[in-house]
Design a protein around this ligand. Structure first.
Ligand SMILES: O=P(O)(O)O[C@H]1O[C@H](CO)[C@@H](O)[C@H]1O
Ligand SMILES: [Mn+2]
Ligand SMILES: [Mn+2]
Length: 410
């Protein structure tokens, strides 16, 4: 029975990509810089000492990071042979955003330019905001700027609760985010407003990747906290992905966490709601135990990005990686013959880098399965020219029509 499990470690980059200069990201390295900080003793909060990822290390993580960044991360001494195919990939898509990375992994790179909002105040077009205010029955909006989502709710959350004006902001990504209080503004109202924003952007011809609803709770700047009720409203991928091809062939695609939102609910047959890396890991194990042949099981481990990368929380990122690694034996035990696990990321988000945005990096590519025969010479699959090599390998494994981009490493 053939199945594919895609473990998306959101933002886990392994060193500046060849074109990092165009993004101001020369020298960025999410994995390498976390390992450096841990080795220096600078990430001893809730954990201690060098970064310890023994399971990922045996799958080739240290080896591939040396190949992608030119430097073996400190503490990673395993010289192989790795228990997986391992390599790293360059992104073909023009943006370093989540949809571009995800769609490319599924065989569809984004070769057009998204619309980005300029880094000035106001950031959004005035006619668009006027229409949003009118059609959304709003007293106005707050924000209208670039911001980090946690900082802006601390700064404007109280005013939002007093005035009823939602907080509308963006970042270096092609996103429009709306933060509003779950109770005082109302979750349903926020979701409807986000849908309206999506429609209006499309009508205004603004090719914005996602509108993101960011509900939060709390009653004071010190305790405002975003909840798991986040929703992303994406445009459709520009061509059928390997997920669409599997669905067309009668297979199952099981989204765990925010995957369904990222693919605009296309090429998905089951949606499992889960929030937080641990709950997502649990749901992944459940799906591995029950999914039929011809399935893709696709979780996104978003905490790496949302809770630690964007927050520039190095110790938190290290803790989350170590927690993920500790749970891998549960996954190994649940796998069945014919299963192939594809471990990847969608972009970088170096927690030591200036600002709070993503970083243009290579992603790790790791593939293993209980009955996958590894070449005697070792499983290094080199530098892949596009993330789409993963989608193409999935198409090969599941016997689906080839995707337009990528070459299979299986
Ligand atoms: O700062 P927060 O609101 O977490 O926003 C981040 O999350 C967005 C979507 O992943 C990114 O575009 C980035 O701006
Ligand atoms: Mn992402
Ligand atoms: Mn992100």
């Amino acid at each position: 029975m053939a199945r594919a499990i895609i473990l998306m470690l959101d933002s886990f980059g392994v060193g500046a990509a060849a074109d990092a200069e165009e993004f101001g990201d020369v020298g960025a390295n999410t994995f390498g810089h976390i390992a450096d900080a841990c080795a220096r003793g600078d990430a001893d909060i809730g954990r201690k000492g060098p970064l310890h990822l023994p399971n990922l290390e045996r799958l080739g993580l240290g080896l591939l990071a040396e190949a992608s960044s030119g430097k073996r991360p400190p503490g990673f001494h395993f010289n192989g042979p790795a228990e997986a195919l391992y390599g790293f990939a360059q992104e073909l898509s023009r943006g370093k955003d989540t949809p571009s990375g995800h769609w490319e992994i599924a065989g569809v790179p984004v070769l057009f330019d998204w619309h980005y909002f300029p880094n000035r105040v106001p950031t959004f077009p005035t006619d668009f905001i006027a229409e949003l205010v009118e059609k959304g029955n709003l007293p106005g909006i707050l924000g209208d700027c670039h911001a980090s989502g946690t900082e802006i709710i601390a700064r404007l959350g109280a005013e939002h609760m007093q005035t009823g004006k939602p907080i509308v902001y963006t970042s270096a990504d092609s996103v429009l985010q709306i933060a509003a209080h779950e109770e005082s503004f109302g979750l349903d109202r926020l979701l409807k407003l986000s849908e309206l924003a999506r429609e209006l952007l499309d009508q205004h011809g603004l090719r914005v990747g996602r509108v993101i609803a960011r509900p939060f709770v709390g009653d004071h700047a010190d305790n405002f906290k975003r909840t798991g009720n986040r929703r992303d409203y994406s445009v459709l991928p520009p061509a059928p992905t390997v997920l669409d091809k599997l669905v067309a062939a009668g297979g199952e695609v099981i989204s765990i966490g925010k995957i369904a939102d990222i693919y605009a609910h296309q090429g998905i047959t089951q949606k499992v709601k889960a929030s937080g890396n641990d709950a997502i890991f649990d749901a992944t194990l459940d799906a591995i135990r029950t999914a039929p042949a011809q399935s893709v099981i696709f979780p996104n481990f978003v905490d790496f990005d949302m809770e630690y990368g964007h927050r520039r929380d190095v110790a938190g990122y290290a803790r989350a990686l170590e927690a993920f690694d500790r749970r891998l034996p549960e996954l190994f035990a649940a796998l069945q013959p014919g299963d192939r696990v594809f471990m990847a990321a969608d972009h970088g988000c170096d927690p030591t880098w200036p600002g709070t945005d993503h970083t243009r990096e290579y992603i790790p590519v790791i593939c293993f399965g209980p009955d996958l025969k590894l070449p005697a010479a070792g499983g290094f699959i080199g530098r892949r020219d596009t993330f789409a090599d993963i989608g193409q390998s999935i198409a090969t494994h599941l016997g689906l029509p080839a995707t337009d981009y990528g070459s299979s490493f299986l």
